[in-house]
Design a protein around this ligand. Structure first.
Ligand SMILES: [Zn+2]
Length: 451
């Protein structure tokens, strides 16, 4: 599903008449195909560190005369491709899979690709002796497009040993026996999500669930872990309060009514749709010091800001990460008091100061589109968080939280640009925020804050 454009009729008129207006519109690269739904049936191979199976992709051309479809072929071998039930011609060039549709596909008509393949990704999937999980780079293990502006729903049928436990996106619809030793776990993510949030974990996990009103939280951890059910319950004891806080700030409940934390070794904090991977090291830290619970809040907050309301391209990455970093600070203020908020904002100030010293300064957002490698993470995460801090100071608590809630509800399950945030805040607060955004978001200026 696609955010086609953020241009209003008024902006289009300005766009045509004035080059100044052109510079003040967030640019979204147009594209000609809308990928709607993915349905994969996959079997991971622990020994070979690979995954094999078939993915069905439902898509709709937007442009007329679509003749080719391009996906990443990195780490993959393609066995067969069918388009609408008939074999399709394809070629591999420079790590790209190019599918020839043989004739032009009609715009606005749904088509289905079925691709049988094997992937052996060196990035995006991590194999351990008794468990494995995917991390962020979906296109490395799934034949998928890589445009974060085009969200899609996802079904995953995972074939695995019946002794293993799986975690996928959304809800598990069923688990069926396959022969004597295997099962097929069928996961379904009905809401359209950015592709990088598609994923799964599988392993000899221990697990338990916890009900928080209507929401079920699952906790999965490896059998060899030093952690126990009790220590995990202790480390994650603030989760019910976090859930309430983010639901209140966003204006709507946790999208699927379920959420899982998959606890794996090391230091990892990565959100997927409906679950996150969190590192054992972080869990041990929070057991020693309760105020180190940032990663638990950060990944949960992404369910609303990042997964549901998603930046339309990497020029607006701060709308995922800067906002979530700010919200973690605001949550800590709610839980631990004013000093905890200041401490968290001070961390962002220090990181930005270091970036200035090292000459790593850039705007927080860009009118033109930048690619993922061009993201300045300190600016997107830390200066981004400071921008939200300053916006809260400028508007006052009542207006700020009202505007954030309105923005989040308006763009639920959609993609956003910085201009969408600006317009939404301006509408709710009846204030012109042009100077603020030009100076702090699109400009290079670094705020001198002292808390
Ligand atoms: Zn994040």
């Amino acid at each position: 599903m696609i955010k086609l454009s953020c241009l209003s009729l008024f902006q289009i008129v300005c766009f045509l008449c004035s080059s100044t207006a052109l510079a003040n519109i967030d640019y979204i690269k147009p594209f000609d195909v809308d990928f709607v739904h993915y349905h994969a049936k996959l079997e991971p191979d622990f020994k070979d560190q690979s995954v094999a199976g078939i993915v069905q992709i439902d898509f709709m051309p937007i442009a007329k005369n679509v003749r080719t479809l391009t996906f990443s072929a990195e780490y993959k071998s393609i066995k067969s491709i069918n388009l609408n039930g008939k074999p399709a011609q394809f070629s591999l060039h420079d790590k790209q899979l190019i599918i020839d549709t043989s004739k032009s596909l009609s715009a606005e008509k749904l088509n289905t690709l079925a691709i049988e393949y094997q992937a052996k990704p060196r990035r995006g999937m991590r194999f351990h002796e008794d468990h494995l999980y995917t991390v962020y780079h979906t296109k490395n293990w799934l034949v998928a497009h890589n445009n974060i502006n085009d969200k899609a729903s996802f079904e995953l049928e995972l074939i695995h040993d019946k002794k293993l436990i799986s975690q996928g996106n959304g809800l598990m619809l069923s688990q069926k026996k396959l022969g004597e030793h295997q099962v097929i776990s069928h996961w379904h993510q009905p809401n359209a999500m950015p592709i990088y949030t598609f994923g799964f974990a599988l392993g000899e996990f221990e697990s338990f669930t916890q009900k928080v009103n209507e929401t079920t939280f699952s906790f999965l951890y490896t059998k060899g872990s030093e952690l126990s059910k009790k220590s995990i319950q202790n480390a994650f004891s603030d989760v019910p309060d976090m859930l309430q806080f983010f639901e209140q700030k966003s204006g709507f409940p946790l999208p699927q009514g379920t959420y899982a934390y998959v606890i794996v070794e090391g230091r990892i904090a990565q959100e997927s749709a409906g679950f996150s991977l969190v590192g054992e090291r972080f869990v041990h830290t929070v057991l020693k010091n309760k105020s180190e619970n940032w990663f638990i809040a950060h990944e949960l907050a992404h369910e609303w800001w990042g997964n549901s309301v998603t930046c339309a391209n990497f020029s607006h990455f701060w709308l995922n990460e800067g906002l979530v970093q700010f919200l973690v600070a605001a949550y800590k203020q709610h839980l631990f008091g004013e000093q905890a908020y200041k401490d968290e904002i001070n961390v962002a100030i220090r990181r930005v100061k270091r970036a200035v010293k090292e000459n790593r300064v850039a705007p927080v957002a860009f009118y033109n589109e930048i690619n993922e490698q061009e993201i300045n993470r300190t600016m997107a995460y830390s200066k981004g968080a400071l921008v939200f801090y300053m916006l809260r100071e400028k508007l006052g608590d009542k207006l700020f939280w009202q505007a954030l809630k309105q923005y989040t509800m308006t763009y639920k399950d959609k993609s956003v640009t910085t201009q969408d945030l600006k317009s939404s805040f301006e509408k709710t607060t009846s204030k012109d925020l042009s100077d603020f955004f030009n100076r702090w978001v699109y400009g290079h200026e670094i705020p001198t804050l002292q808390l």
